[in-house]
Design a protein around this ligand. Structure first.
Ligand code: ASP
Length: 353
């Protein structure tokens, strides 16, 4: 147990995780006999435990989407990941709003939820949207009512740490001028540390022992967003996409860029044309850069002043990641242990913000 987690916090965090886990399996497929295809799982850099868990499940005959959902559920329940699920950074009003989507290769099914409050595992709710409705996307209050109807427990997703970070943002960048931040030397170190970090989200694509694919993307979205803002993560074709005959892809980073380019659909389309995952991720990165016309979003050389990361696995188990700027990594498990590997950058230097 880390030193700054006291026993009371630890008990309540694990109780919260147990609460969420009780609904996590709703809608999962029964296990099948294991096939002889080599399984592969890829994820964003925050997904090392995700690829580990998903691989364990694939080797035990789990459906690829179920394995991916259970893998990302570790991060959805982790209060220290401030970009996904419980502990995620809230919107500008201090409310955590989650987005998630899933796709299932064998059935070419997809489901998603957006602007969902109070539910720790939005990806599992998205799977039920796919399986237990005639729709692909439920949002806001409707998504919450649907989750409730299926027995998902409700909790306050705003941790004390995320609340302190939000409060500091409100006192320094918010619209209300009556809010006053403490002097810098009185600032909580966790708040100071946070404002140096990058954004997140988690994507996971899994290829099972029968050569079938599943994928999921789950996020708390842009920090301090306008309430109701929805990014790419719950939009099929933008934050994730798959074709069971070609491969699976997903993305994290500035969602608006992926919405404007259908980036995940574009990556899978490159695979459909017979090209490699490496060509697919670089093609998506180039499109985002080429279509980014807004002066507000360009540096002095006309390049995007934000980052986007792309992940892709082909039907035959090859995988690749790319980013606009240098330094990004992705998590991989191809049977030889979970590890982080470099994403190929479009530009050779790191993003200077
Ligand atoms: N893609 C996410 C969104 O736009 C955020 C992120 O990955 O940083 O909501």
């Amino acid at each position: 147990m880390s030193q700054n987690v006291n026993r009371r916090d630890f008990i309540s965090a694990s109780a919260i995780a147990t609460l969420g886990a009780s609904a996590l399996g709703l809608g999962a497929e029964p296990r099948r006999p294991v096939g002889n295809h080599r399984p592969v799982v890829i994820s964003s850099a925050n997904g090392l435990r995700t690829v580990e868990r998903a691989m364990e499940l694939l080797k035990a005959g789990a459906d690829p989407l179920d394995a991916a959902i259970e893998g990302v559920a570790i991060v959805e329940a982790d209060p220290s990941d401030r970009t996904v699920g419980y502990g995620g950074i809230p919107n500008e009003e201090g409310v955590v709003e989650l987005d998630a989507a899933v796709m299932h290769g064998p059935t070419h099914g997809g489901g998603s939820v957006a602007s969902l409050h109070n539910i720790m595992h939005p990806a599992a709710v998205a799977r039920l949207v796919m399986k237990r409705t005639d729709h692909c996307l439920l949002v806001g209050e409707g998504a919450l009512k649907f989750a409730r109807a299926h027995g998902f427990p409700e909790i306050n997703l705003l941790t004390d740490e995320a609340r302190k970070i939000w409060l500091h943002w409100k006192e320094t960048n918010g619209k209300e001028s009556d809010w006053i931040a403490p002097p810098d030397n009185e600032l909580d170190p966790l708040v100071r540390e946070f404002f140096k970090r990058e954004h997140g989200t988690i994507h996971c694509s899994a290829l099972d022992t029968h050569g079938n694919l599943g994928c999921v993307t789950t996020t708390s979205g842009l920090y301090f967003k306008i309430p109701g803002r929805v990014g790419d993560s719950p939009i099929l074709g933008a934050g994730l996409y798959l074709d069971n005959a070609a491969g699976s892809a997903g993305s994290t980073g500035r969602g608006e860029a992926n919405l404007l380019n259908c980036s995940s659909f574009a990556m899978v389309d490159v695979l459909r044309r017979g090209l490699s995952p490496q060509e697919a991720v670089l093609e998506a990165a180039k499109r985002v850069a080429a279509t980014n016309k807004s002066p507000r979003l360009r540096d002095a050389k006309g390049r995007p002043n934000f980052d986007v990361k792309f992940y892709c696995v082909s039907k035959d188990g090859r995988f690749a990641g790319a980013s606009l700027w240098a330094g990004a990594k992705m998590a991989v498990h191809d049977g030889e242990g979970a590890r982080l590997v470099d994403c190929t950058p479009l530009y050779p230097e790191p993003l200077v913000s």
